[in-house]
Design a protein around this ligand. Structure first.
Ligand code: CMP
Length: 226
C-alpha cells in the first residue's frame, strides 16, 4: 500500500515514513457497497476500521424499534475502537452510506501500535474527547423541546462532519436522507421536511437537490448551537 494514503489519516499524521511503512504492512483493505452492514451491535469485535473513502452511519435501535443515528463518519475517521479498548461487544451498528473503502487493523496490531507510537494514542484520545463532547451536545439538543432547534442543531453537526466552508457559508454536498436526519434529530421525517422548508423560507439555508448550504454559518451557529 502507498504510504501517502496513510499520511492523510489524522490518527497517523505525526508518524515518519518508516513508521507508516510498518503500519501499511498490517492493514487489510476492504470495500463495502452502499447500505452494506459493516458492524452489528452486540457482535464481538477484534478489528479497528479507518475510512479511506466514503462515509458510514453509526446507529442503534431503540426500545420502540426506531433507529437513532449517533454519528456520521467519513474520510479519514475511524470506528470500532470501543470494543477493542474495553473488550465488550460492538456498541452500535455501522452501515455504509455510499460505496466505501476501509483500512482494517487487527486488535493485537492496533494495541501494539498504541504502545509503540504514543502519538497515535494522543490522537485517539483527542478524537474520543471530541466525540464525547458531541454526544453531550446531542443529549442536550435532544432534550430541547422545539423541533426547529433540534433539526437546526443536527444540520450543525452535519456541517461540522461533512461541510465545506467558503466565505462564511458551509456547503454539505450530499445531505443525508430526511429520514436519517430525523433519526439524528429525534423527530419525524415530516417534521424535518417542514423545518427545512421553514429554514429555507427564512433565508437561512439554500437547497439544490441533496446539496444544502447554510448561508451564514456563524449566525446560524450562534442561533442554534446548544
Ligand atoms: P465499537 O463499539 O467497537 O463498534 C461500534 C462503533 O461505533 C464504536 O466502536 C465506535 O467506533 C462507533 N461509535 C459508537 N458510538 C459513537 C458515537 N456516539 N459517536 C461516534 N462513533 C461512535
Amino acid at each position: 500500500m502507498d504510504i501517502s494514503l496513510l499520511r492523510q489519516i489524522p490518527l497517523f499524521e505525526d508518524l515518519s515514513d518508516d513508521e507508516l511503512a510498518h503500519i501499511a504492512q498490517l492493514i487489510h483493505v476492504k470495500t463495502y457497497e452502499k447500505n452494506k452492514v459493516i458492524l452489528l451491535e452486540e457482535d464481538l469485535g477484534d478489528t479497528l476500521f479507518i475510512i479511506s473513502k466514503g462515509s458510514v452511519k453509526i446507529s442503534r435501535i431503540n426500545e420502540d424499534g426506531k433507529e437513532v443515528i449517533l454519528s456520521i463518519l467519513s474520510d479519514g475517521e475511524f470506528f470500532g475502537e470501543m470494543s477493542i479498548l474495553d473488550g465488550e461487544s460492538r456498541s452500535a451498528n455501522v452501515v455504509a452510506l455510499e460505496p466505501s473503502e476501509v483500512f482494517m487493523l487487527k486488535r493485537s496490531d492496533f494495541l501494539d501500535m498504541l504502545e509503540k507510537y504514543p502519538k497515535i494514542s494522543i490522537h485517539l484520545l483527542e478524537e474520543l474527547a471530541r466525540r464525547l463532547r458531541r454526544s453531550d451536545q446531542q443529549i442536550e439538543s435532544l432534550s430541547l423541546s422545539d423541533a426547529e432547534h433540534r433539526v437546526a442543531n443536527t444540520l450543525i453537526r452535519l456541517a461540522e462532519d461533512l461541510g465545506v466552508h467558503f466565505k462564511g457559508s458551509v456547503t454539505i454536498e450530499e445531505i443525508p436522507l430526511q429520514q436519517d436526519i430525523a433519526n439524528m434529530a429525534g423527530t419525524s421525517r415530516e417534521t424535518v421536511s417542514r423545518m427545512l422548508k421553514m429554514l429555507e423560507n427564512k433565508g437561512l439555508i439554500t437547497r439544490d437537490g441533496r446539496k444544502l448550504i447554510i448561508n451564514n454559518y456563524l449566525e446560524f451557529y450562534r442561533n442554534f448551537a446548544t
